[in-house]
Design a protein. Structure first.
Lengths: 310, 349
């Protein structure tokens, strides 16, 4: 095994009764990498994470974390990993500082509570109770709590679910900070733009399987139509008229406004001049035009035929 | 590591004012309320005397009534008025001395069985003696009465060890159950599981914190008990190890309750469903020998009754703790059984 692989998962399977939560998952995460597992709710992300953390036993498959077996060498693995659970709370009647000190006391190696709070911008709230913090602050605190033992590998399960955009961006900064400290980060999310913004590599999960695994760029580039051309025309035209060479699909955004079209194209260089020429032929004026790169959202749609958004 | 955790748990218990109220103030309030009632006061019969005419009976009757503490006597002019008040509950007994000087009628309210019995037998005794004297008969046998002074156990003396047992039980079962259910539903137990600290150690530290608090509970309840006038001649010291043992049983029961419920209100409800019947049946407020014999026997094997027996043996009767070995053994057996049950039933999710 490559010594730089801090997490290696082979043929993982886990079922709960009739439901197969994880159905043959394999991947490896390299040291220092931020690795994302993305997919809709119920895709098996959390179960996969909890098996790697040693909280659950797989029905089949092998897991190595830092070269150790998280089941049989769980105490040693737990010394060296940091975990943020999805929707987990802390004690109601301890201050932030007291909670971090208490959790720190469970480990051989620990960071100072005040430094951790400083890191997540909660230093001045050290004496507060958790319930007096906003949702975003609580989530930042739980990141700090995941770092009490100065872990080599950090697991974050849906770290930004339920947060407003501003709080989400502030959390992203913290996750980037972990990466720059040299920690390996494994996170799950069902926000594709989050995976795109944070992750070096992304595994897309659906129905308990990994349907694609690569860097966000490579995943997008592999799409049949990795670019979108958005058109705003003076008047409506027959969408079929816009399907010039290289256009994979023409969509009329369903907001009821006339003259709006989105073309998915293989190559901007190939299709854009043809589109403009066609507009001239049709004698339709152009109000606005934008070219965008496709996103992981489109990758997910292309791979599963499903919209990710809930 | 564990000591840290116990200290943190204690901190949390003390900061949780609501549950601290249930642990300390609630049993203390119970004692205060019972102290107000003054349940040791002898019973009293409110007696109305209606004299239709002054006869030879009048003078001795009044002398006799004045001597008897049982009666609080008032005069009424009319029989009808006296009976009306009897029906209203203003009087317990109405005694009418008829105008012929040869008849006396006693009316009583059927509602007060025990009082009636005492009042009527006292009146009967008076009229018997009066009749014998009037007939000039010398009694053949004279009953001589003499009181032998023993310790007079007041109701508060009896109650305080009961309240102690009740307070320990209620707080341990419900406190432990709601705490654990909260930790489970908020996934704190799962979070602990991600650290090197074994979850059983975490629960053990929680038990230890509750045990420490039970010592404080014991001190407060016994202290306040003395303040409100309970006379506890025994060594208070032995109450503490007994409290720990009993508390351990109830904490285990709390863990079991937590395993069978999913929300804190449900845990509190189930804790009460177990605790309240135990409290009323096990001799907290009145001795279990007032229960139907079969029930008393069953209750005697449940954990609270033997704990109270042992506490009362030590606190009330000043007996050495080892005389209650049978009760202590029984509570100990419960400790082992409930621990096994708690370990089996415990769940993380």
């Amino acid at each position: 095994m490559d010594s730089e692989e801090v997490v290696a998962v082979q043929g993982l399977r886990k079922r709960y009764g009739d439901i197969v939560a994880v159905d043959g998952v394999s991947f490896a995460v390299r040291r220092g990498e931020t690795f994302g597992i993305v997919g809709p709710n119920g895709a098996g992300k959390t179960t996969t994470l909890e098996i790697i953390e040693g909280l659950r036993q797989p029905d089949e498959g092998h897991v190595r974390v830092l070269g150790l077996d998280p089941q049989r060498q769980s105490a040693e693995v737990k010394q060296r990993i940091g975990v943020q659970l999805q929707a987990s709370a802390y004690f109601d009647f301890l201050t932030l500082k007291e909670i971090l000190e208490l959790f720190g006391s469970f480990y051989r190696r620990r960071l100072s509570a005040l430094d951790l709070l400083e890191m997540v911008g909660l230093r001045e709230r050290a004496g507060s109770l958790l319930k007096h913090l906003s949702g975003g602050q609580q989530q930042r605190f739980s990141l700090a709590a995941a770092l009490v033992n100065d872990p080599e590998v950090v697991f974050l399960d849906e770290p930004t679910t339920g947060l407003d955009p501003q709080a989400r961006r502030s959390l992203w900064e913290l996750v980037r900070g972990m990466r720059s400290q040299g920690r390996t980060v494994i996170l799950t999310t069902h926000y594709m733009e989050e995976a795109q913004a944070l992750c070096d590599r992304v595994a897309i999960m659906d129905g308990g399987r990994i349907v694609a695994l690569d860097t966000p760029d490579a995943l997008v580039s592999r799409l049949e139509a990795p670019f979108h051309v958005r058109l705003h025309l003076e008047r409506s035209v027959d969408p079929r008229a816009l399907a010039v060479a290289g256009v994979v699909e023409v969509a009329c955004p369903a907001d009821g406004r006339d003259g709006l079209y989105r073309l998915q194209v293989r190559s901007v260089a190939e299709s854009l001049p043809l589109v403009l020429a066609r507009l001239q032929e049709l004698e339709v004026g152009l109000v606005d035009l934008a070219v965008e790169r496709a996103t992981l959202e489109d990758v997910f749609l292309a791979l599963t035929g499903k919209e990710l958004r809930d | 590591m564990l000591l840290n955790l116990v200290m943190a748990n204690l901190k949390m218990l003390f900061r949780d004012r609501v549950s601290l109220f249930w642990a300390l103030a609630f049993p203390v309030m119970f004692m205060g309320v019972f102290a107000l009632f003054n349940l040791d006061r002898p019973p009293q019969v409110d007696l109305a005397v209606v004299e239709e005419a002054t006869g030879p009976l009048s003078q001795p009757l009044r002398q006799a009534l004045a001597r008897m503490e049982l009666f609080e006597t008032k005069d009424e002019a009319s029989e009808a008025e006296a009976l009306r008040k009897l029906r209203n509950g203003d009087y317990d007994v109405v005694l009418v001395l008829a105008g012929d000087g040869r008849t006396a009628r006693a009316y009583y309210n059927l509602a007060n069985v025990q009082l009636n019995e005492m009042a009527l037998s006292a009146l009967e005794r008076f009229f018997d003696e009066f009749n014998l004297q009037a007939a000039g008969v010398q009694p053949a046998v004279q009953l001589q009465q003499q009181a032998v002074s023993g310790r007079d156990i007041g109701y508060m003396d009896f109650l305080v060890p009961g309240i102690l047992g009740m307070g320990l039980m209620q707080y341990a079962i419900i406190g432990m159950a709601t705490t654990l259910v909260g930790y489970r539903s908020k996934r704190i137990l799962r979070r602990i599981q991600t650290t090197p600290l074994p979850v059983p150690h975490f629960v053990l530290a929680q038990v230890a914190a509750f045990l420490v608090l039970s010592l404080l509970q014991t001190a407060v309840i016994l202290g306040v008990g003395r303040l409100v006038g309970a006379d506890l001649p025994g060594t208070l010291f032995w109450a503490f190890p007994l409290a720990l043992l009993g508390n351990f049983v109830f904490l285990n029961m709390g863990i079991v309750v937590a395993s069978f419920t999913n929300t804190e209100p449900a845990a509190a409800g189930m804790g009460n469903a177990i605790g309240l019947p135990l409290m009323f049946l096990s001799g907290v407020f009145f001795p279990t020998d007032q229960l139907p014999p079969f029930l008393a026997k069953v209750v005697g094997y449940l954990p609270l009754a033997p704990l109270l027996e042992a506490l009362r043996a030590v606190l009330l009767h000043g007996e050495p703790v080892f005389t209650a070995w049978r009760d202590i053994l029984l509570v100990g057996a419960w400790a082992v059984a409930t621990l096994a049950l708690a370990v089996r039933a415990f769940r993380l999710e």
